[in-house]
Write a protein that binds this ligand. Structure first.
Ligand SMILES: [Zn+2]
Length: 451
């Protein structure tokens, strides 16, 4: 400990722990060993430290923090925490630094109040909670110190140094004139901090595939197309049971692409991640993970899911890659103006891969840029129903507009079923049967029974 520094800090009404900080002390034991000194310091000065405002006497906040965490009813195995300090603390700290420099004492390293607070507070809190501190924990205790009485003084500082309130104090301090700071902001007032404690869970993620069996269910609740016809959304069907299981404030669906509201998603379904926000019961939620799909599937008629798994944030990449690169398998019911026969079906089925030129469809012109996109139909399989209707199954590259491939969109998509059959055609129903990385992975969907 540097005696000159220590005297300077103590003379300004600072505490022993702040004096240790200015001496660059790194040993936790040395901070803890001044406990008795701290008590005598408080008795002597009748007020807490003018620099850290007594925040470095963390034991006084321990019970309150512990009780608030218990009362918030969160389930957690371990924890980390975040500390926010009021601006006045930084201002006072910088004042002392300026004072040191003007007195010709240059502290080699000043330890941050936040760090010392965490070192001292964390082990004691851990003992009370009977949980381990873990820097990677999803559960966070937020300790937010404020000091409303000091706001005037901080405002005066911003005015005095002509800086915008949005600028952080740390940025302002980089170019601050210490002589002026020391002259204008002598420590005359004592402030007491206020403490607010809250808890939060980082979002948790579960992944699976969903099947959608209705043409009146949109993917997200705020979808507007055909709104009077919308009876539910995929996101809501998945969210309702999970919000309950995780005691969450809400869920967001992230899926590998989307289908139109009137298109069913059958077969193996579409991969998705459900982001569960502000979960309070992450632990019991994940304990139920093997059963969550049953809970979702029995809670509604329209949307079913495969078994779910817990995933990390990195899984988003996989979902995104799938959206951009995976082949899609569709089934549609096609109407033909001219009378068709089995030989037309054989002709369509025998065709090799087709390269399409698709101009932006008229129905999506309002939200997509106008251009011609090159897409592929890799394989088709046609099933005769009657002289004017047939079922068409096909494998296409990602992002192909299937409705337009069938009716040609006034010749904006070429070739099209319209052109291949040489007559007017239209699409009556469209279903997605599955997604896959290559033809081999999905070709059985062209011939298999789909429930
Ligand atoms: Zn202090």
């Amino acid at each position: 400990m540097n005696p000159l520094l220590t005297n300077l800090v103590l003379n300004e009404g600072g505490c022993f722990r702040c004096a240790l900080r200015f001496s660059g002390e790194l040993s936790l034991n040395n901070y803890l060993s001044v406990t008795s000194d701290y008590t005598s310091f408080l008795t002597k000065t009748q007020h807490p430290c003018t620099i850290c405002l007594g925040i470095l006497n963390p034991n006084s906040y321990l019970n309150y923090t512990h009780n608030t965490i218990l009362a918030s009813n969160y389930e957690f195995n371990d924890y980390k925490f975040q500390v926010i300090l009021p601006p006045i603390v930084y201002l006072r700290n910088e004042y002392i630094l300026g004072k040191c420099k003007l007195s010709g004492i240059n502290p080699v390293k000043v330890i941050e109040i936040k760090d010392v607070f965490k070192w001292m507070f964390s082990p004691s809190l851990g003992v009370l909670l009977n949980k381990k501190f873990n820097v990677d924990s999803d559960f966070r205790v937020n300790i937010d110190f404020g000091c409303s009485d000091s706001e005037e003084e901080v405002k005066r500082f911003y005015n005095e140094f002509g800086c915008r309130v949005k600028e952080s104090l740390q940025t302002v301090f980089k170019s601050v004139n210490h002589e002026r700071l020391v002259a204008c902001f002598p420590i005359v007032k004592n402030f007491l901090p206020e403490i607010k404690v809250s808890c939060s869970y980082a979002p948790v993620y579960v992944a699976g595939n969903y099947m959608k069996y209705s043409r009146k269910v949109s993917q997200t609740p705020w979808s507007v197309e055909g709104s009077s016809e919308v009876i539910d959304s995929v996101q809501d069907c998945l969210s309702r049971p999970l919000v309950e299981a995780f005691k969450s404030s809400g869920c967001t669906l992230h899926s590998s692409g989307r289908e139109d509201i009137d298109v069913r998603m059958l077969g193996r379904g579409r991969p998705f991640i459900l982001e569960i926000a502000e979960s309070k019961s992450a632990l019991s939620g994940f304990n139920k993970i093997n059963d969550l799909h049953n809970i979702i599937n029995s809670s509604n008629e329209y949307v079913k899911v495969s078994p779910l798994k817990k995933v990390g944030k990195d899984y988003f990449d996989e979902i995104r890659k799938g959206e951009e690169g995976k082949l899609k398998v569709y089934s549609c019911i096609v109407w033909s103006e001219k009378s068709i026969s089995q030989s037309d079906m054989d002709y369509i089925t025998s065709l090799p891969a087709l390269e399409l030129q698709q101009k932006t469809p008229i129905r999506v012109m309002h939200r997509r840029s106008l251009k011609t996109r090159q897409k592929f139909i890799l394989k088709m399989q046609a099933y005769y129903i009657n002289p004017h209707f047939f079922q068409l199954r096909l494998v296409s590259s990602a992002g192909t507009y299937i409705k337009e491939f069938v009716h040609s969109d006034f010749g904006r998509t070429t070739p099209s079923i319209n052109k291949l059959l040489g007559c007017k055609t239209d699409i009556l129903q469209l279903d997605v049967l599955g997604l896959g990385w290559d033809l081999e992975e999905v070709k059985d969907l062209l011939t298999s029974e789909i429930e």
